[in-house]
Design a protein around this ligand. Structure first.
Ligand code: 9MR
Ligand code: 9MR
Length: 581
């Protein structure tokens, strides 16, 4: 009896002491985990660096009691971080709750949840970011909370730049092109980048409809009967429509001030005139593809708007067929015209992929076989497709055809090798995931760390989710999830790269509004560009290895800018992962 009492005493003393010790543990940036959450029945991986201990424990974040204990894997060298990485795997632990990891000698990790609901709040925030990107309206406290702001850039007086004059519109004629989203940290509006962004968000709606139907974003249109994500996208589509020259169907490349604004709020940026510049084939085809898609997506809600989108798309297509090689070459333009334009170029030189994509969308919306034949020819002339980005959109057409494979005959699917086009890339990513010392599909090769690397991770995730959907193979889903883990903290910098989320997130994004609004917290839900191998600025990074070339500084635009085309694949990835549950 006595000895049992002593034993019990010793055990409870030990656990009280270990709880007290746990509470005192310091946060260690060397334990990288998804700082938001893990799904109950999916892989739960974290990683560590610089440490040889053999076991880890998982602790309940409220009681600080140990709930699970496991072995840490042997180390493997990761070429893109220049470090030896070790895995912590607690996949087998399936109790919902909030936890942290403890690694003796290192400390504790960030807290995260194990739950099937974790993406919801983050998803709301990443899509709400588009509301904060709106140009041409004031943001009211009801919707914008402390980030409310007065109107800036009404864009009701926009000049035709001399590069854009045509028989019906002279230089310095005034047009009105209001609404739309700012591109990124700057205040300009670019058609090429709007194209892939609107497509990706509409695709997200189609892919995860049940998640979007009742997700309220608390925006001015929230009381109508249309899903909020579509309300938000329409705000930009309406601007895009105004960028088409009604006389010939061509689309201006961008609406911009001649140079970037300073670190000021939109309402203070009133010094410079804003122009629409030269029409381009790339912009017109982006527009054509997006408007064809919008005609399909919006038809059940507003057939008048859908019809307007389709007419605009057809007009754009005709212009592109008549003008197939009008490249936007800013340098050349500046040699010929005044004022010089020095903002983002998005100079899409090769437009084969835009032709293919636009033809796919027009085929699906109109049912006319000639568009599909056109697309097939374009695809035949491309050796292989790529994970999409603003300059390479061919895969977007493949996504759309695969989502609507009932509209493509078996024979056409075979001729085009439709599945293969996607699966070749998905399998490469899957192999990378299996072989990765970091257990992520993203980030194993230096070429993943271009400008906006976090969006490359998200776009790879999007591609993997399509592969999962058409094959039903869970491995693709897990690989997609690994990229979400990377973005949300399981990376060598230990950053959750979305503003306002996680234990360590960017505080100084290259985002003029977040910087100039006088509010400490940046606007939430913005994905920063992330680590990069580019050597554009003279900043000193924590390491010369690509996955660690990241700085949370306003001036470091090459790692810390935010952009509409980067948030969109994250929105897709989060909602798509969530749609499995
Ligand atoms: O602020 C600009 C950002 O939005 C662009 O993405 C980036 C690249 O075009 O340029 C930024 O502007 C910088 C300019 O290019 C060079 N001087 C410093 C500017 C602001 O930091
Ligand atoms: O994301 C764009 C990147 O791929 C290009 O290499 C770079 C230079 O043209 O421009 C980036 O886009 C920026 C745009 O030019 C201006 N607005 C901010 C964008 C994000 O940095």
């Amino acid at each position: 009896m006595r000895s049992r009492f002593v034993l019990l005493f010793i055990v409870s003393l030990y656990s009280a002491l270990s709880v007290a010790n746990q509470q005192k543990l310091e946060y260690s940036p060397d334990i990288s985990c998804n700082q938001i959450g893990y799904f109950v029945d999916q892989p739960k991986i974290a990683s560590i660096r610089k440490c040889e201990v053999k076991t880890f424990t998982l602790c309940d974040a409220t009681t600080h009691q140990e709930v699970y204990r496991g072995k840490i894997s042997p180390s493997k060298y990761w070429g893109t971080s220049g470090e030896k990485i070790r895995q912590i795997d607690f996949t087998k632990f399936k109790n919902e709750g909030t936890y942290y990891i403890v690694v003796p000698t290192l400390g504790r990790s960030a807290s995260f949840v194990i739950s099937n609901k974790w993406p919801k709040d983050l998803l709301k925030s990443t899509i709400k970011s588009y509301y904060y990107w709106r140009s041409g309206m004031s943001l009211k406290t009801t919707y914008a909370r402390k980030w409310n702001r007065p109107n800036g850039h009404p864009d009701t007086v926009v000049y035709i730049h001399p590069s854009a004059s045509s028989s019906n519109r002279n230089s310095y004629d005034v047009i009105s092109a209001p609404k739309g989203w700012y591109d990124a940290g700057d205040y300009n509006k670019y058609i090429v980048n709007s194209g892939i962004t609107c497509y990706t968000l509409m695709a997200s709606y189609l892919f995860s409809k049940d998640k979007w139907d009742d997700l309220s974003m608390n925006i001015p249109e929230s009381t109508d009967s249309i899903p909020d994500i579509l309300n938000e996208i329409r705000y930009n589509l309406e601007w895009m429509l105004s960028m088409q020259d009604p006389y010939d169907g061509g689309v201006y490349h961008k609406l911009t001030s001649p140079s970037f604004a300073g670190e000021i709020m939109p309402s203070k940026d009133i010094q410079k005139k804003r122009f629409v510049v030269q029409k381009s084939t790339g912009a017109t085809l982006n527009f054509t593809a997006v408007m064809a898609k919008a005609a399909e997506v919006y038809n059940p809600f507003d057939s008048v708007f859908a019809k307007q989108c389709l007419e605009a798309s057809l007009k754009g297509w005709q212009w592109a067929i008549d003008n197939p090689r009008v490249v936007y070459d800013q340098k050349m333009i500046n040699q010929k015209y005044q004022p010089a334009i020095v903002t983002g170029a998005y100079n899409n030189k090769d437009v084969k992929d835009e032709f293919a994509w636009a033809a796919c969308e027009l085929y699906l919306t109109t049912g006319q076989k000639s568009y599909l034949s056109f697309a097939q020819k374009q695809f035949l002339s491309m050796r292989y497709l790529k994970v999409p980005n603003w300059g390479n959109t061919a895969m977007l057409g493949i996504y759309s055809l695969l989502e609507n494979s009932d509209k493509v005959s078996r024979k056409d699917q075979d001729v085009m090798q439709l599945d293969r086009k996607l699966l070749v890339l998905a399998d490469q990513l899957l192999d990378a995931y299996y072989a990765s010392p970091n257990k992520t599909a993203f980030g194993n090769v230096s070429s993943d760390y271009k400008w906006g690397s976090n969006a490359i991770a998200a776009n790879q995730g999007m591609l993997l989710l399509y592969a999962w959907k058409i094959t039903g193979r869970q491995a693709y889903y897990k690989a997609a999830l690994s990229n979400a883990d990377y973005i949300l903290g399981r990376n060598p910098m230990g950053y959750c790269y979305v503003t306002g989320y996680g234990n360590q997130s960017p505080k100084n994004p290259h985002h003029r509004i977040s910087s100039a609004d006088g509010i400490d917290d940046p606007i939430p839900g913005l994905l920063v560009g992330g680590a990069t191998n580019l050597k554009l600025t003279s900043h000193r990074f924590p390491s010369s290895y690509p996955s660690k070339r990241y700085l949370d500084q306003y001036s470091c635009y090459v790692t810390n800018e935010v952009a509409i085309n980067w948030n969109a694949p994250l929105v897709f990835l989060l909602s798509g992962l969530f749609s499995n549950l």
